[in-house]
Design a binder for this molecule. Structure first.
Ligand code: VG1
Ligand code: CO
Length: 542
């Protein structure tokens, strides 16, 4: 029996870069999650009997919202729900499950790299039938619906057992609790040369993987320890916890510092990696060398043909605008197109569906390919392992050879977190107003070539996305980019992206901070971050 519950709209349910993210206490308000989920279903209007995938990164509040979502799905005419065991699905595994089982879409419950717990963050994201994040047309329709919603639908049913594999029924709708690890791991075996990696491991290749008590633990243990033969204990912090052990499950120098200490220490293994809360990001560290995500994308693209799944070559490479141009140089050398999209994986979907791009990446530690429609942290780790096994060289040797051939894009991102919203918005507005005056101006040794607010016209569906970040490009290929985060839950986060290109034959072995000093000074002169915010240093440098 379908029940109709009357409600009133919440004004703040606009999806950001990757779904709706708020504090748990916001989501826990009566009707809050219900309104959003019902708005999704009202916007996408599933055909009766459709399949929906539901899973999350296992953080606090995950199980509560999953039980609610299942009842709302039953009342909205879905015929089948596939839910990960324990309510857990990594984001890339959810994408794979949607595609493999022909679902009409999925709800992914995650706030990714943000901390979890009663006082921390939660999130809900809708993915479409191709397995990828809903494009802007869909998220705009969802937001429009949240502003006028006056009822949500549910059924009277008890909570389900989410921990036992198998099928149950809720008001006539089938609910299958599935083990997504095996499906996803099988997909990996079709892409990578597992026997070659196993042989390298048997020959002494060692690694450390930090799952950060987040979703990738079971996936990484399955492929790295069970299928590839790395020693037990290779996967650290492999048990998913509701509060990620009290840490930020964000694989960067700050939050994954233990892995850095291992990789820069006396007994470093050959290869180090980590992933984030929902398993879509990756951090790559060699013995004594950090590979920036932008460089990793370029190096993976340049070597992807060494993996069986990409032996036929790449159709194209796509990167988000703030990601360094290192991948563009690889695309040029390979004679394939390079695409520059706005921040957020949702912009890669059309390119992947159309077969225009095979590999995509973001500077925020996201890399993936056309095997799913999300970024995939452990996939990137496996592609690196496949390349290490095929080349028989160290991470450092591969990086140095890459820079010697393509030149090096020195790169860093500076984050200023929890700024007052009005201060951050005023900074961006003032900078945007000043852009037309910048070309030709010199800041130390740097001269501005062009400056603009990035807008994107999707070459496949023709959609237009404006205001995707302010960029100042200098003569010679260096640049700064500023944008406000669309995933934070407190105040505003300002991201300053810094990139300096050093051509082959140039200074390829310098300290990144030193190489970016002129750009940091130029950014301050141009945007006045310290002057306007009172912050003299970023909170996080990645
Ligand atoms: C950030 C990253 C962006 C990424 C997004 C979702 O967005 O910059 O590259 O796609 O997070 O990643 P923003 O708007 O805060 O800069 V995840 O792993 O949080 O799903
Ligand atoms: Co994530």
């Amino acid at each position: 029996m379908i029940q109709t519950v009357s409600t009133t709209p919440f004004a703040d349910q606009k999806p950001g870069t990757s779904g709706l993210r708020k504090k748990v206490r916001v989501f826990a308000q009566p009707n809050y999650a219900e309104n959003f989920i019902q708005s999704v279903f009202d916007a996408v209007q599933p055909e009766a009997g459709s399949t929906l995938v539901i899973g999350g990164d296992g953080r606090y509040h995950n199980r509560t919202v999953i039980q609610t979502a299942i009842r709302i799905a039953a009342a909205n005419g879905y015929g089948r729900v596939l839910v990960g065991r324990g309510g857990i699905l990594s984001t890339p595994a959810a994408s794979h499950v949607i595609r493999k089982y022909g679902a009409s879409g999925g709800l992914i419950l995650s706030a990714s790299h943000n901390p979890g717990g009663p006082d921390e963050d939660f999130g809900i994201k809708y993915n479409i039938a191709n397995g990828g994040p809903a494009p802007e047309a869909v998220t705009n329709a969802i937001f429009a619906r949240t502003k006028v919603i006056d009822r949500w639908l549910t059924v009277n049913a008890a909570d389900l057992d989410l921990d036992t594999l198998g099928t149950q029924t809720v008001a006539g709708m089938t609910v299958e609790v599935i083990d997504s690890v095996a499906d996803w791991a099988d997909l990996m075996e079709t892409l990578f040369d597992f026997p070659a990696i196993r042989a390298a491991v048997a020959g002494g290749l060692t690694m450390a993987f930090d799952a950060m008590h987040a979703v990738t633990g079971p996936y990484a243990i399955e492929v790295l320890e069970k299928r590839l033969g790395f020693a037990a204990g290779t996967v650290r912090n492999g048990v998913p916890l509701e509060d990620f052990g009290g840490h930020h499950p964000d694989p960067n120098r700050v939050h994954a510092h233990e892995l850095f200490e291992t990789m820069f220490g006396a007994h470093a293994p050959d290869f180090g990696a980590a992933s984030d809360g929902d398993g879509d990001r990756n951090l790559i560290v060699g013995k004594g060398i950090f590979i920036t995500p932008s460089d990793s994308l370029a190096m993976l693209a340049a070597n992807a043909h060494l993996a069986p799944g990409y032996a036929g070559g790449l159709a194209g490479i796509a990167r988000s605008m703030p990601t360094s141009a290192a991948a563009d140089r690889v695309a040029e050398a390979l004679g394939i197109p390079a695409f520059e999209t706005p921040t957020g994986w949702k912009f890669f979907g059309t390119l992947l569906d159309a077969g225009k791009a095979t590999i995509c990446g973001e500077e925020s530690a996201g890399t993936g390919s056309d095997h799913v429609r999300e970024k995939d942290g452990v996939w990137a780790v496996l592609l690196w392992l496949n390349i290490l096994a095929a080349r028989g060289e160290s991470v450092e040797a591969i990086a140095r050879a890459h820079w010697a051939k393509f030149g090096r894009n020195y790169y860093a991102r500076h984050d200023y977190e929890a700024l007052p919203k009005d201060v951050a918005e005023a900074l961006m507005a003032a900078l945007e107003a000043s852009l037309p005056m910048l070309p030709g101006k010199a800041f130390g040794p740097l001269t501005v070539e062009t400056a603009d607010s990035f807008a994107y016209d999707d070459p496949v569906d023709g959609s237009h996305s404006a205001n995707q970040g302010l960029r100042v490009l200098f003569v010679g290929g260096s640049r700064i980019v500023l944008r406000l985060s669309g995933t934070g839950t407190e105040g505003a986060t300002l991201r300053l992206y810094l990139e300096r290109y050093e051509p082959a034959g140039g200074n390829l072995d310098a300290d990144t901070d030193a190489m970016l000093g002129d750009l940091i000074a130029a950014a301050e002169a141009i945007a006045g971050i310290a002057a306007r915010t009172g912050r003299t240093a970023p909170d996080v440098i990645t």
